[in-house]
Structures are given as C-alpha cells and as structure tokens.
Design a protein around this ligand. Structure first.
Ligand SMILES: C[S@@+](CC[C@H](N)C(=O)[O-])C[C@H]1O[C@@H](n2cnc3c(N)ncnc32)[C@H](O)[C@@H]1O
Length: 181
C-alpha cells in the first residue's frame, strides 16, 4: 500500500476516535450467525480496523491476532482490548496485506470483514485448520454501482468454492460468506 493510502486510513481512524467498549459486537454482516463461531481456538482478523470484531471473538473465548495496515487503527484496537479487560487474549500488529498474510500457525477462525484482496484467497484457505471457519464480507457490485474495491456477482462463492459453505449472500452493496475448511 502506498504511504498516501496508509495516511488516509490513519486520518480516517483519528477522526473517528477509539471505539467504546459498548460497541463490541459481532461484525455487522455476521450478526445473525454469531452462533456459528467457535468459542475456543485461534483466530486471525484480517484488516481488523479498530479491533471490534477481534475483541468480540476474544470475548467468546478465542485467542485472536488482529492485523491492519493503519497504525492508528492498531493503537485504537490495543486500547480497546485494554479497556475491555481481556488483553491477554488479543494481539494486534500493523501489517500490510499487500505483502500477503503474516506468517503463523493454522487458525480455527479467519475473520475478514469489509476488506477484499483476491490475491489472498489461496493463502486464506491454506491457513484454515481442518474444520476452521472463514467469515468474509466485502463491498459488492450487487445492488450498488461497480467500483474498484467491490466484489463482482458470485465472486466470494467462486473464490471459496472448495470450502463447505454454511451461508452466503450478496445484495445492497455487500457480499458475505461463511464456510468451513
Ligand atoms: C472498511 S475497513 C474494515 C475494518 C474492520 N474489519 C471492520 O469491519 O470494521 C477496511 C480496513 O482495511 C484496512 N486495510 C486496507 N488496505 C490494507 C492492507 N493492504 N493491509 C492491511 N489492512 C488494510 C484499513 O486500514 C481498514 O482498517
């Protein structure tokens, strides 16, 4: 990612300010499917932003690693987990996913909410432990105007066709998929 894009994300998060503990909740796309997420094991939250999804997973009982390119978002995520009282279950690091997934062991959950880079699809599948859960949501062209960061119709289900799909949908500008490795 270019320095300009990174600074843009930093500015966006600085304007927004740290998230309140009361906002910790399942990521919007998966709110109706929260029960599908396990309550033990290891999770990786890709492009975790302010860490709300990561901390929600940690509260469920998972050991979570959240990564994002924005140092401001990562500072806010670290602050959020400190305030939520479960700091031992979450780690946050700055990482540019343009360089691929950060190295690590297989995980039981990969959460990737409102971030899409098709170059990562293979690595995401490989990183799932047997039976591990992928929860991915992306801006979509379905029900919205085409755009460079929007998934085309059927993109997620095609990309993750090798997994066992639990549920998937697209419309109103959002595509999401829940599947097991
Ligand atoms: C729309 S936000 C979603 C944040 C969070 N997952 C959520 O649902 O609230 C997109 C996130 O992707 C991050 N991002 C964009 N490009 C990235 C990259 N190349 N590597 C890592 N993170 C990136 C941004 O910093 C931002 O936090």
């Amino acid at each position: 990612m270019t320095g300009t894009d990174r600074r843009r994300w930093d500015e966006r998060y600085a304007d927004r300010g740290a998230a309140p503990v009361e906002a910790i909740a399942p990521p919007g796309a998966f709110a109706a499917h929260a029960d599908v997420f396990p309550s033990t094991g290891r999770a990786l939250d890709l492009a975790c932003g302010q860490g709300l999804g990561s901390v929600w997973l940690a509260r469920r009982g998972l050991d979570v690693w959240g990564v994002d390119v924005s140092a401001t978002a990562i500072d806010q995520a670290r602050d959020l987990v400190r305030r939520s009282g479960i700091a031992d279950s979450c780690r946050f690091d700055v990482a540019d996913l343009d360089q691929g997934l950060p190295d690590g062991p297989p995980v039981d959950v990969i959460l990737c909410h409102k971030f899409r880079d098709g170059r990562l699809d293979g690595a995401i599948i490989d990183r799932l432990a047997p039976g591990g859960l992928l929860a991915i949501a992306a801006l979509s062209e379905v029900g919205a105007s085409p755009g460079p960061f929007r998934a085309v119709a059927g993109e997620l289900t095609a990309a993750f066709a090798g997994l066992d799909v639990i549920a998937a949908d697209e419309g109103d500008g959002l595509a999401w998929l829940l599947a097991r490795g």
